[in-house]
Design a protein around this ligand. Structure first.
Ligand SMILES: [Zn+2]
Length: 219
């Protein structure tokens, strides 16, 4: 027998009244090595991409800890040292578990800053020939950063998170979420996973993408 499918839909905070931004999927108890979480699934209406929220506690508490994490198969799953994604994901889950309150929004479809896994691997090949991560994306005909955040904002709204502390080193992500109607009251520096293999990559993120790495806290 086919299980019933919930069809509740959520607009993005910035587009209230427009077409629903995400549909609400199942939510299940998720014990992990980091601690006990709830895992909630969402389907982005525009793309059909399935996003996830890993959360615990009452997210309506002001200043709740949030990480909007871009999917990275290589970093998150096989422990790639070419980037810092895996350690950042696990650090976020540890910090939320320690506070007993917060959420990681796991954004599928954000591989390689939104260019997809296959082109991310093509970009890696270009980087092995001497390009940096910015020029590699451009050489493949992509924007430097193709990620969109309407779904993340809609998911946070659905979960009751209105006022958040964002775990991120990327000021542009903070601005993008504010543009989506989210109240970001603070940025929590979130450095993890530095390694000689990713030193050039992190340097490019700092010097060409404005990431706040190795600097004093700016806000
Ligand atoms: Zn990564």
């Amino acid at each position: 027998m086919t299980p019933a499918v919930r069809t509740e839909s959520v607009p993005s905070p910035a587009d209230e009244g427009d077409a629903p931004c995400v549909r609400v999927g199942p939510s299940v108890r998720m014990p992990t090595s980091h601690g006990m979480f709830q895992l909630s699934a969402f389907i982005e209406s525009r793309t059909g991409v399935e996003h996830l929220a890993i959360h615990c506690g009452d997210l309506s508490v002001p200043g709740v800890l949030v990480r909007v994490h871009s999917e990275c198969f290589t970093g998150d799953i096989i422990g790639s040292l070419r980037c810092d994604c895996g350690p950042q994901l696990h650090k976020a889950l540890d910090r939320i578990a320690a506070e007993g309150l917060g959420v990681v929004i796991y954004m599928r479809g954000h591989e390689g800053r939104g260019i997809g896994l296959i082109d991310k691997l093509r970009a890696y090949a270009l980087q092995d020939q001497g390009m940096d991560t910015v020029d590699a994306n451009l050489a493949l005909g992509h924007p430097v950063d193709a990620r969109r955040y309407e779904a993340a904002a809609a998911i946070l709204q659905h979960l009751g998170a209105r006022s958040v502390r964002l775990m991120s080193n990327n000021p542009l992500k903070l601005l993008a979420l504010r543009e989506q109607g989210l109240e970001v009251v603070a940025r929590e520096p979130h450095e993890a996973g530095e390694h000689p293999e990713n030193a050039a990559y992190l340097g490019t993120k700092r010097d060409r993408l404005g990431h706040l790495l190795g600097h004093p806290v700016a806000d």
